[in-house]
Ligand binder design. Structure first.
Ligand SMILES: Nc1ncnc2c1ncn2[C@@H]1O[C@H](COP(=O)(O)OP(=O)(O)OP(=O)(O)O)[C@@H](O)[C@H]1O
Ligand SMILES: [Zn+2]
Length: 838
């Protein structure tokens, strides 16, 4: 190994021993955003040697003529023996975009979740940072056409973009008559002249809304009354101004459309006030919040129980790196979080507030905004890239103190992270399913916090068995808050035995008379109800009454759901859409029975039964567009809806003050899964949805429809008995060797031929049998054995929790995947390991 030493600084040799030596590296290990088996090495040209730093992006050739922007992981002088490395083409960043701790985090994710660092990089970086030969750049219309601060090359590309709107990399190469153009493209992106187009990704365009604000001059009460008292002409404008002031006081902010509607004024009248510079109209992104003042206000008092829990958490976090706050629904956990967050920001630290799903951010952000104003930002995968890069940069500069986000916010370049809050920690949406890295945001957060010496608080009303087990085993601190805030009782649970309900058509009971009565009575009192059914659409399957045929997807082994509103049959697995079936696909009979029921049907029935009530529906179909979700929640909050029917989306963490009744329509459907987590899941779902009832006064009531009211899980729900559920389930996990007593790796095999995939899975399992036979379950076909024309097989490994065995097994899985792929017949079988599969 040869190390070159370069001289730096301009000391004269005569000055004696004042040389500053810094090694110059000749090679770089670079991460490319692809699923490559390992990272490769490139040569560092002498001209770059002094500039290049770990964490910078560089332009490199991979294969004959593919180019990528890769991230330098390591600089070294170990010449690869097997091949002659190519040279790095250019350096894209003057300073690292990825920090050392992030590289370490990526590397851990790749090892732990069995994927490549390239796949982690692809997930971690916003598209702007990922250039490749396929990259298409789009002109940013907001930039305008003033190109005066661009250099010659930048100007040429910008001009072409201005005319053509988009260019691919080859076109940029032609324009500049140069082969490596990434540095120019990169600078144009940095100057916001263009952005990278992301294929196949539906990007969320933040909604812009016109807000009306008062000229700050009139925030002075004296000036304002002066203005009002000396009003001479235009009485309509005066009325409008008064409406504005009223709205401002009651709602905190005034949206132009609602001001005009509420005041009955016209646009012209508003313009009049704007021309006088009394009011101003501003377009703002609803989510971006950058207009808010940066200050922290804590204006609440804890209850005694909250105070105790809060002190408990602080103590817990002094002793341990992770603490679990188990607080029943509506116990006021959010206020405890807020107080803790405040302390970390006062110490100059950054805070990450994680939620399992983007959908949840809309209500919580409004709550947090009240306390943290402009210090807080949202980050998630549905944001446009420009916004993501904006937040990325603000987090990096330390300007952004609090980030609210889903799991991908773990990838942000925090400078000084002190605290991660993982809300609804039990939620399985924390786990990424596809593509790799298949990481669990909660677990990854705990690892990441350990890298940064940050603390983690896990919060839930229904902790995961894993976390509660860790807390009980003293690995985490544990704080329990067992009463609701404001002397409110836990809601009373009533079981409706569906076997006692007379049915007309022999089908499943949808809304029993008891429940219907309950809803009517609730609505009549001006209160609201939530109905929960975990299936969307109208009817989940159609069966032929004559021969038993079921309408199925052509590409998947699943029944099709009828959606009445769109009059289509839909496959909920691959998304394919079919015309509705009127006759049986096998015998031609026209006697098709609609079995079971989804949210659409419930909504329809309620519309008929409660003619005067306003019914809303919240499921994937109604909230496709992200703003729709926010709108629905706000409508319900503002009592513009009486009943909200929904899937698990209505379950999570939402805080509504006026809900008295919650109905769980088909508890049986939640309990009938052949899956070891079924009881835990069902309990969590029901306890959470029940928790939406009676959050302000003690009339909360929950009705659960079931044909098996004595089912142990239902009994635990009836008594809000988390610890009872925990004790029973954890014992089963121990007996049968499931997590948290073991660590699970699920290996899924996919191929378009059933024989091939079956054989491959068996071959693979045989190879592992000698070492891991006693830990193996399967291989077997999953309940749904074909999705998107691919047949599936699964093999489950329940490994003892010792690092040595687990690492050896991961290596063996990789090794035998390679062995399998070496055989021609199995070359195209996809082998997908999923560590800690959920
Ligand atoms: N100290 C407090 N002062 C004023 N209001 C409070 C206080 N603590 C809680 N509340 C109110 O009580 C309600 C319930 O609190 P919160 O939503 O934080 O419960 P939670 O524990 O997060 O429940 P869940 O797990 O069901 O989401 C909220 O409307 C909240 O504003
Ligand atoms: Zn399908």
């Amino acid at each position: 190994m040869q190390v070159q030493i370069a001289l730096q600084g301009n000391c004269s040799p005569l000055a004696g021993l004042c040389y500053i030596y810094s090694p110059v590296y000749m090679f770089a290990e670079i991460i490319i955003p692809l699923a490559l088996p390992k990272n490769y090495t490139w040569e560092v040209p002498a001209a770059f040697a002094e500039k290049l730093q770990v964490g910078c992006r560089v332009e490199v050739n991979l294969g004959k003529n593919k180019k990528y922007a890769g991230v330098v992981k390591r600089l070294h002088n170990e010449a690869p023996s097997a091949f002659d490395p190519k040279e790095i083409l250019s350096i894209l960043d003057e300073a690292p975009v990825v920090q050392p701790w992030q590289l370490q985090f990526w590397s851990w994710l790749a090892d732990y979740y069995m994927c490549s660092e390239g796949e982690v990089m692809a997930a971690a970086l916003p598209a702007h940072f990922k250039l490749s030969s396929e990259t298409v750049i789009i002109f940013n219309e907001e930039y305008g056409d003033d190109f005066s601060n661009l250099d010659n090359e930048e100007y040429l590309v910008a001009e072409a973009l201005h005319i053509k709107h988009e260019l691919n990399i080859t076109e940029v190469q032609q324009i500049l008559d140069a082969s490596h153009v990434y540095p120019v493209v990169n600078k144009l992106i940095g100057k916001k002249v263009c952005f990278v187009w992301e294929a196949l990704k539906q990007t969320y365009t933040p909604k812009k809304e016109s807000f009306v604000v008062l000229n700050p001059e009139y925030s002075n009460e004296a000036k304002l009354s002066d203005l009002l008292n000396n009003w001479s002409r235009a009485p309509k404008q005066m009325e409008l101004l008064l409406s504005y002031l009223h709205l401002m006081r009651t709602e905190g902010e005034v949206i132009k459309a609602s001001l005009l509607k509420k005041s009955g004024a016209t646009d012209v009248q508003l313009k009049g006030l704007v021309e006088k510079d009394i009011l101003r109209v501003e377009k703002r992104h609803i989510d971006r919040l950058h207009y808010l003042p940066k200050d922290v206000t804590i204006d609440f008092q804890f209850s005694a129980a909250q105070q105790e829990a809060y002190e408990g958490v602080k103590k817990g976090l002094e002793q341990k790196n992770v603490c679990l706050l188990h607080g029943v629904t509506s116990s006021g956990k959010t206020h405890i979080y807020i107080k803790l967050m405040e302390e970390y920001i006062r110490l100059g630290k950054q805070v990450l507030y994680m939620l399992p799903e983007i959908a949840l951010t809309s209500q919580i952000i409004r709550r947090l905004q009240k306390h943290f104003g402009g210090y807080i930002g949202i980050y998630h995968s549905k944001f446009s890239q420009n916004e993501r890069v904006e937040i990325w940069n603000k987090v990096k500069s330390g300007e952004m103190k609090i980030v609210l986000g889903a799991r991908s916010s773990l990838f942000l370049p925090f400078q000084n992270l002190g605290f991660i809050l993982c809300d609804e920690e039990h939620d399985s949406s924390y786990k990424q399913q596809d593509p790799a890295p298949r990481y669990n945001g909660r677990d990854a957060a705990i690892y990441m916090a350990s890298l940064l010496q940050a603390k983690v608080l896990l919060g839930s009303a229904t902790p995961s068995l894993e976390s509660y087990h860790n807390a009980k085993a003293d690995k985490y601190g544990l704080v329990e808050l067992m009463e609701r805030y404001g002397e409110v009782h836990m809601p009373a649970i009533e079981m409706v035995d569906t076997r006692m309900v007379a049915r007309q058509d022999g089908g499943k009971v949808m809304i029993s008379p008891q429940l219907l009565e309950g809803i009517k009575e609730t609505v009549a009192r001006g209160k609201q109800a939530i109905l929960f059914q975990n299936r969307r659409g109208y009817t989940p399957y159609q069966v032929c009454a004559t021969c038993g045929w079921i309408a199925q997807c052509k590409h998947c082994d699943v029944s099709l759901t009828f959606h009445k509103y769109s009059n289509k049959l839909k496959c909920h697995y691959c998304g394919n859409i079919y015309p509705p079936a009127h006759t049986c696909g096998a015998c031609g009979s026209d006697k098709l029975l609609q079995k079971n029921f989804g949210t659409e049907k419930i909504e329809e029935v309620l519309d008929k039964e409660l003619a005067d009530a306003r019914i809303g529906r919240m499921d994937l179909d109604t909230v496709r567009n992200k703003n729709a979700h926010d709108v629905l929640i706000q409508q319900f909050e503002q009592k513009k809806l009486d009943v909200l029917v929904g899937t698990q989306m209505v379950v999570k963490g939402l805080d509504f003050e006026n809900v008295d009744l919650v109905g769980i329509l088909d508890a049986d459907g939640l309990l009938h899964f052949a899956e070891f987590r079924v009881n835990e899941r069902a309990f969590q779902l029901m306890e959470q949805v029940s928790g939406r009832a009676g959050r302000r006064d003690s009339n909360g009531r929950v009705m659960i429809q079931t044909s098996n009211p004595t089912h142990p899980v239902l009994q635990f729900v009836a008594h809000h008995d988390y610890t009872g559920m925990y004790a029973e389930e954890i014992e089963k996990r121990r007996m049968f060797g499931y997590p948290p007593y073991t660590r699970i790796i699920k290996v899924t095999f996919r191929h378009k031929e059933r024989d091939v995939v079956t054989e491959a899975a068996h071959r693979f399992a045989e190879a592992l049998h000698f070492s891991y036979g006693s830990y193996m379950v399967g291989p077997a076909e999953p309940v749904i054995n074909r999705v998107r024309n691919m047949y599936l097989m699964e093999l489950l490994l329940k490994l003892p929790r010792d690092g040595h065995t687990i690492n050896r097994c991961k290596e063996d899985i990789q090794k035998h995947t390679a062995v399998l792929h070496a055989e021609k017949r199995f070359r195209n079988v996809l082998v997908i390991p999923d560590v800690d599969a959920i």
